[in-house]
Each structure stands twice: as structure tokens, then as C-alpha cells.
Design a protein. Structure first.
Length: 278
């Protein structure tokens, strides 16, 4: 009976952890390039149940036979094995903002933070008064040559991540450049966005604000094999609201089932102590 209580309690704890993951996914459904988390469970080793006081051999006048004392297996509970991030591509949303960038395929933008280089798929960038391309949190976006400085209406990113500007126009961010005055008479490649990938992408660590960092298990950042940068678009989260709501209902029912298991074993144990063993 105590085994049943522990088994039911472990199931409740596991479903509670899964509910936390689902709630976090739903809370970030509108966050740019958010990647949903999935909770993975691991079962404790099963126990083999046998009938006691049986040798497994039946005796008859005609001889003997096996009585099959083996009954079956008994589950002993479950625990959370890991919570991993699903990096499936989210759909792209057109914004018409030249500073909004999205990656089709594998890869991450590289940004410089106070903790060093971090990686993100959130391409909702802007520029500061010095013309530095930055994230909405003020972290500079990195190119292969370092920090990228651009100008309003003089900034194009092609599908290879190359930052192209008109060399005939002033690079001073204080100078006003209009789309009408920019005829792209002298396009030059200023830099190339530092876009990286990881050999074991499942092992990179999520840090919040759609930021990730490498770990010893993910391996160092490497150039992605196939990707395309799209300007004027943002990647939406890959959270499916309907799927998450269905999973939430499933978790609630599983939690209630485990709760009933604990209650049933507790009542049986109470009856054993108060009535049978008295």
C-alpha cells in the first residue's frame, strides 16, 4: 500500500512539472522566435510480482507441472528525465521593418552581452544613436568583423546574411537619408551577420529573452550548413495553442487519476490500521 502511495505521488509531481512547462509555453506564445519546451518522463525500474509460498511446481498423481508463480510487473513511479527545447521553425510574419530579420532553416544570430556572446533567433533589431545594430535589450548584434554600424534607409541584408550599404552616402548616423535619395549607386558589402549553428543543438542552454548559450555538450558554434536570412520578417513562436490546451487537459486528468490512487491507498491503509489490525 505504501508503494502505491509513493507511485501515485511521483505521478502527481511529474504531471505538476509538465503543467509548469505547458503554462510557460502558453505565456510566451506571442514572443518572437520563442521555442517551446517539452517535458520528458522516465519510469522507475519495474518490480516483478510473484505469488508467495509457491515453489512454482505443482504435484499430481500423474506427475508435475509448472504453476507459473510469476504474476507480472508492477510500476514503481515516474520522474522528470529532462525538459528539452523544440527548435522546429516557427512561421514568418511580414513586418515591412528593414531592421526585422528572420532565419529560415538552422542557425542563430550572435549578440554580445555582459556575459559574453549569446545566440538568438529573435531578429527584432533596431539601431541606437551611434548607428549600432542592437537587440531590443541593447545588446549589439555581431558580424564576422565585429559590431555592425548601419544607417536608416541605407541598409540591406541579403539571404546570405551580408549587410549591404550604399558607399556613396554618408555613414554618419546623424545625417538624414531617405529612401528617395538612395538609388543604391554604389552597393558595397559592409559585413556579414555572424550566424552560427551547433552540432548538438539540443544541449544549448536557454537563458530567457530567447537567448541561448553554448555548453560543453552542445559543442562550439559552427557555420550553419543551410539557412536563409529574410529581411522585413520576424519568426513567430513555434507554440501551437490548441496542442498546448489539449496537453493541459491531459495533464489535469492524469493528475486527478494519480490523486485518486493516493487517496484510495490511504483509505485502504487507514482501514487496515483502524479495523483489521486492531
Amino acid at each position: 500500500m505504501l508503494r502505491g502511495i509513493y507511485t501515485g505521488a511521483s505521478g502527481m509531481l511529474a504531471q505538476d512539472a509538465r503543467m509548469d512547462t505547458i503554462a510557460n509555453n502558453l505565456a510566451n506564445v506571442d514572443k518572437t522566435a520563442y521555442k517551446k519546451d517539452i517535458t520528458i518522463f522516465k519510469a522507475f525500474p519495474d518490480m516483478i510480482i510473484r505469488r508467495i509460498n509457491e515453489s512454482g511446481l505443482g504435484i499430481t498423481p500423474a506427475g508435475s507441472y509448472d504453476t507459473m508463480p510469476y504474476v507480472g510487473r508492477l510500476g514503481t513511479g515516474v520522474e522528470v528525465n529532462e525538459v528539452f527545447t523544440d527548435f522546429d521553425q516557427g512561421s514568418l510574419q511580414r513586418t515591412e521593418n528593414s531592421f526585422d530579420l528572420a532565419i529560415e532553416g538552422r542557425g542563430f544570430f550572435t549578440v554580445m552581452t555582459e556575459r559574453g556572446e549569446r545566440y538568438t533567433r529573435d531578429g527584432s533589431f533596431t539601431i541606437n544613436q551611434d548607428g549600432i545594430l542592437m537587440t531590443h535589450n541593447g545588446n549589439p548584434v555581431m558580424g564576422e568583423k565585429g559590431i555592425i554600424r548601419v544607417h536608416h534607409n541605407n541598409f540591406i541584408v541579403n539571404e546570405h546574411g551580408e549587410v549591404i550599404v550604399n558607399g556613396d552616402l554618408s555613414a554618419d548616423p546623424r545625417d538624414v537619408v531617405t529612401m528617395a535619395s538612395n538609388n543604391w549607386s554604389n552597393p558595397i558589402v559592409l559585413d556579414r551577420l555572424k550566424i552560427v549553428d551547433f552540432e548538438n543543438i539540443r544541449e544549448i542552454k536557454k537563458e530567457g529573452d530567447s537567448m541561448y548559450r553554448e555548453t560543453e555538450y552542445s559543442g562550439p558554434p559552427v557555420p550553419p550548413s543551410e539557412f536563409k536570412v529574410v529581411q522585413g520578417f520576424l519568426e513567430k513562436s513555434n507554440v501551437n495553442i490548441v496542442r498546448e490546451m489539449v496537453d493541459m487537459i491531459e495533464v489535469q486528468r492524469s493528475y486527478e487519476a494519480n490523486q485518486k490512487t493516493v487517496t484510495s491507498h490511504d483509505q485502504t491503509l487507514g482501514k487496515l490500521i483502524n479495523e483489521v489490525a486492531r
